[in-house]
Ligand binder design. Structure first.
Ligand code: SER
Length: 612
């Protein structure tokens, strides 16, 4: 068993022994959740269960969830940031709370994972007056007790550090004031592993003259796990009220545990990246450990981005200029740019696919079944980018000077990183204004931050009711497609905001406008009939038999919920939530048919009254 498999199974077995049911990893591309492009934490697919829906597998759940954090793209290159990671998670939905969770986590890290307790440091919520919450003394007392069992006196300010909501509060949208209405959150307690003072004193550390503490960014202390005490929900008035139950949401990076167990603060020197680094070493005839810092950074970017791309592409994502596809394109192009910088061939990228597939296929068999598609996709993107580079170079060659704005244009439109533009310019004796480039980039980032904040609000918050309506309407649309067009049609994904639902499904041709009109009429007829929507829990095998199988079968836990509309109008495996009667949806219209890849069509549902 590899180290990764061993960490994963140790974690899962530990929680299974304590009555938790393991659920499979959800897709990296969230279903029915327009609030975010990617699954970036283990709790994200479990949101309904914090808000009160009972989980079909009970109150104790654990898993290893594939996560992708696009916000970390620019951070990759140091010793610890990655965009893709596996988050080990355990949850209590209204079952045990703080004390039991802290005891479990401590036993897990020390007795099960074999970490030296003297290297563990924790942070705890310091309280906050405006929230009316006091310091988490229960967590502090529990940590002191568990450390004492190993002969360690855990003093505040030495081993236990307290922070306000800026550090020790967790919600999907961050600090309390950033949370939209309806969002659940709570204080948390993080565990850090101390890799030792030699790092802090490293001559390159910008922190070498400052005292170090768990939340300092020098790389000495690395977070290995976070227990969120999920007990509040934000109201429309901005107040915090109790959720239906007190929950625990724990998440910790599998890769971080690999670092701590190997006692190396460089994730790229752990088993996680070993297979990829090995190929790079063979091809370049160099040793990772002997690389110059700048080259090390390039290798890390290639290794991280390619691994993430492989996982994303195994879910069917293809590079494009929009949303998730754009992020994938950036990952691949950033890797290609680094290859070019290192004077290595673009073709090297596809050679990294096989080792990653081999490493993860036992846990994620999809990687193997999609391998050929992934390789073809990476080749295609490499060729496209090679052409883009030629075009960009021609563009640059026409210029007699390159302003910061122009450099930003090249960056945005051709994916030319600033360093590349500067290099090319230098070859021709031209200087580029880096400050002006950075200013243009900052301006653009602020714009897109504003847009994504808007996107977040759109998906949840005030529109929550409308989102639920569209969700049920999407089930009706699939039923109508199967009834009127082709009974073998399956869903390929959906994206729902407060304004509209986007629905992708399999069909090798375009629908005619008559067909779209008939679909719209059928869905509206079912809405007018005010059919009841019922939810049942049953074993996965029974559910699959009932709904006639599913392409997502391997992602479902053993016990699932099935939503049925009317007698036999629609029957789907789904986590919900849904309306209770179809009449609540109100009349809808279907617009904007598009292609969403080969063999996949896309339709949009709007309220009939919408002007769009
Ligand atoms: N949701 C928390 C996190 O992502 C713990 O699982 O850190």
């Amino acid at each position: 068993m590899s180290e990764i498999e061993s960490i994963r199974s140790k974690f899962i077995q530990f929680y299974e022994k304590r009555g938790h049911i393991r659920i499979p990893s959800s897709s990296l591309l969230p279903e029915n959740d327009a609030s975010t492009l990617f699954t970036s934490s283990g709790m994200q697919p479990l949101l309904p269960y914090f808000l009160g829906t009972p989980h079909p597998q009970g109150q104790r759940i654990c898993d290893s969830q594939c996560c992708f954090r696009a916000v970390d793209i620019e951070e990759v290159g140091d010793n610890r940031h990655t965009t893709f990671f596996e988050m080990l998670g355990n949850w209590s939905f209204g079952d045990y709370f703080k004390r039991e969770q802290i005891e479990q986590v401590f036993t897990l890290f020390t007795d099960v994972m074999g970490l030296d307790p003297a290297r563990l440091y924790v942070t705890v919520f310091a309280g906050d007056q405006t929230l009316g919450l006091s310091r988490d003394d229960e967590a502090i007392a529990t940590w002191q007790q568990v450390f004492a069992t190993k002969g360690i006196e855990a003093k505040i300010g030495e081993r236990i550090f307290t922070y306000g909501p800026e550090k020790n509060w967790w919600s999907r949208s961050g600090r309390p004031e950033q949370m939209p209405a309806g969002e659940p959150g709570g204080s948390d307690s993080e565990v850090f592993y101390d890799f030792g003072p030699q790092l802090q004193l490293h001559e390159h550390s910008p922190y070498r003259d400052q005292p170090c503490h768990p939340n300092c960014d020098c790389g000495r202390f690395i977070e290995i796990g976070n227990s969120v005490f999920m007990q509040f929900q934000k109201t429309h008035e901005g107040k915090f009220v109790d959720l239906p139950a007190k929950n625990v949401d724990y998440g910790g990076g599998l890769e971080r545990l690999a670092m701590a167990r190997a006692q190396t603060p460089d994730i790229f020197q752990t088993e996680v990246f070993a297979p990829v680094i090995k190929v790079l070493e063979q091809k370049s005839q160099q040793k990772y450990s002997q690389l110059k810092e700048a080259d090390k950074r390039a290798w890390r970017i290639i290794a991280d981005h390619t691994r993430s791309s492989i996982f994303l592409m195994s879910e069917g994502l293809v590079p494009s200029n929009k949303e998730q596809g754009y992020v994938l394109r950036r990952l691949l192009r950033r890797s290609l740019v680094q290859l070019r910088r290192l004077d290595l061939d673009f073709a090297l990228l596809v050679e990294l696919v096989a080792p990653v597939v081999a490493q993860y296929e036992s846990e994620y068999p999809r990687l193997r079944t999609q391998e050929a598609t992934i390789v073809a996709g990476i080749k295609r993107e490499s060729q496209k980018f090679a052409a883009t580079l030629r075009q960009g170079l021609r563009e640059i060659n026409k210029l007699t000077q390159i302003t910061g704005e122009k450099a930003f244009f090249l960056y945005e439109s051709y994916g030319f990183p600033f360093e590349l533009t500067r290099e090319i310019a230098a070859e021709r004796g031209i200087e580029v204004d880096e400050q002006a480039f950075l200013a243009a980039k900052k301006h653009h980032q602020e714009l897109s931050k504003t847009q994504s904040a808007g996107k977040f609000r759109g998906g949840l918050a005030d529109h929550e009711v409308q989102t639920v309506r569209f969700h049920t309407a999407s089930h009706l649309l699939l039923a109508a497609l199967r009834k009127l067009i082709d009974p073998t049609i399956t869903q390929k994904g959906s994206n729902i905001t407060g304004e509209r639902a986007r629905f992708d499904f399999t069909l090798a041709r375009a629908l005619t406008s008559e067909e779209i009109a008939a679909l719209q009429k059928q869905v509206n007829d079912w809405i007018t009939a005010d059919l009841p929507v019922t939810r049942k829990e049953m074993p996965k095998a029974d559910a699959l038999a009932l709904v006639g199988g599913s392409v997502f079968a391997d992602r479902y836990p053993d016990q699932v919920s099935v939503y049925q509309i009317g007698q036999d109008t629609s029957c789907e495996i789904c986590v919900g939530p849904h309306v209770t009667h179809t009449g609540e949806i109100g009349p809808i219209k279907i617009t904007k048919q598009q292609s969403a890849g080969s063999g996949v069509r896309r339709l949009y549902l709007y309220p009939a009254s919408a002007t769009a």
